[in-house]
Write a protein that binds this ligand. Structure first.
Ligand SMILES: NC(=O)C1=CN([C@@H]2O[C@H](COP(=O)(O)OP(=O)(O)OC[C@H]3O[C@@H](n4cnc5c(N)ncnc54)[C@H](O)[C@@H]3O)[C@@H](O)[C@H]2O)C=CC1
Ligand SMILES: O=C(CO)COP(=O)(O)O
Ligand SMILES: [Zn+2]
Length: 359
């Protein structure tokens, strides 16, 4: 056995190996924002910072981060008010000389930084201003495309700094949306298991277990979730990080995104700006759980307790739009097989919406 054999063997082993990338520093708590300079020093990733935020979140929180860093770091600030291939390219151009991107905002700002930093081969720090989605610590990024939505390979934040005071101060609707994004893990897992049994799709038991446990803990704690409470912000943020870790273990968004997400992406396209990501997925999760034969009323009641919409009316949408989203869910990411890819018709969609959302 010469060196060639070992080279082949090494390559084979390498081919079979799996990378799980996770955040290194996760700081959650009261006044956590003040820890950002220390976290940057701890990580030793350089002094040129691209500070990215949204138009409103820059005024509220991004500007505070700039003040914290201005004495010791070189800061370039950029505003991202949407996420698209063009907006990502413009952030990349602004970041060519940066060592790190700090993303201060909601899911779209964080996903923009996630992709731009990945393409620039630099690190990024996630500073969520709301607990509205489980992308705050994940290695995946979602971008709307002509075909609906793409889940892109990216990398996780090197650090997450989540200030529970800021998160508790954000509108309760955002927190409830984050809870709904987590509650939808129940049906995402059922879809993954279905695809595993029916299509032989590979599955990770660890990712499934972590994703399910995250949803279970959140539902157990649902009575504690209230507006303007730092305890609630803390409970939900921990769940969002945990769900993001499940995605990193899986190497895909499968443990947290199934048919209810395909439906959610379709609904967001049909009614742009009307519904938040997590709200849309929560509404989809009720129907998905019904079709899986599970406790759909339990999903609905947990969403209701948290303050998330559970029917088209509460979301400010018509039954027809929601039925359309059910029909069109299969067009979103068609390679991801779910219960919504098993033959929903115009008629069954209308019946499901009428039947399940009437109470
Ligand atoms: N990469 C991943 O693994 C995941 C990505 N996502 C993506 O994240 C996005 C959804 O994230 P969202 O945060 O729901 O949407 P978003 O980024 O559009 O934010 C929703 C709104 O909340 C506002 N906001 C944020 N913080 C605030 C604060 N403290 N006070 C007042 N307003 C505040 C924002 O300015 C925005 O208007 C979608 O694009 C979705 O696809 C969602 C889940 C997982
Ligand atoms: O939203 C997600 C998990 O909550 C993941 O996003 P995708 O549906 O784009 O994969
Ligand atoms: Zn989601």
């Amino acid at each position: 056995m010469g060196p060639e054999y070992f080279k082949i063997l090494k390559n084979k082993v390498f081919d079979k190996s799996k990378w799980m990338q996770l955040p290194r520093d996760v700081v959650i708590g009261h006044d956590a924002l003040d820890q950002i300079p220390r976290v940057l020093d701890d990580l030793k990733i350089g002094r040129n910072v691209l500070l990215l935020s949204g138009p409103e979140t820059m005024k509220k929180v991004g500007s505070r981060v700039a003040v914290l860093l201005e004495d010791s770091f070189q800061i370039t600030t950029e505003i991202a008010d949407t996420i698209s291939p063009a907006s990502i390219a413009s952030i990349e151009a602004a970041g060519v000389r940066s060592d790190v991107i700090i993303a201060v905002g909601g899911g779209r700002v964080i996903d923009t930084a996630k992709i731009a930093s990945f393409n620039l081969d630099i690190q990024f720090m996630s500073v969520p201003t709301a607990a509205s989605h489980d992308g705050i610590a994940s290695s995946r990024a979602s971008v709307s495309t002509e075909n609906g939505s793409s889940s892109l390979d990216a990398h996780p934040p090197v650090a997450v700094v989540a200030d529970t005071g800021i998160i508790a101060d954000a509108p309760h609707r955002l927190l409830a949306s984050g809870c709904a994004d987590i509650i939808s893990n129940y049906t995402a897992i059922l879809d993954w298991e279905l695809a595993h049994r029916l299509r032989g799709e590979s599955i990770s038991e660890y990712a499934v277990a972590l994703s399910r446990m995250t949803a279970e803990i959140l539902v157990k704690d649902a009575p504690l979730i209230r507006p303007r409470s730092e305890e609630s912000a803390w409970i939900v943020t921990k769940a969002l990080v945990s769900s993001g870790v499940a995605m990193s273990i899986a190497g895909s968004s499968r443990p947290a995104s199934g048919g209810e997400h395909k439906f959610g992406h379709a609904l967001e396209r049909l009614a742009p700006g009307k519904i938040l990501h997590g709200e849309a997925c929560g509404i989809g999760s009720i129907i998905s759980m019904y079709l899986h034969g599970g406790d759909w009323k339990g999903i609905r009641d947990s969403l209701r307790m948290i303050g998330a919409p559970v029917n088209p009316k509460e979301a400010g949408l018509s039954d027809q739009i929601v039925a359309q989203a059910l029909i069109r869910a299969k067009e979103i990411r068609p390679e991801r097989f779910t219960i919504f890819d098993m033959g929903i018709t115009e008629e069954s969609a209308a019946t499901l919406v009428r039947m399940l959302y009437q109470e």
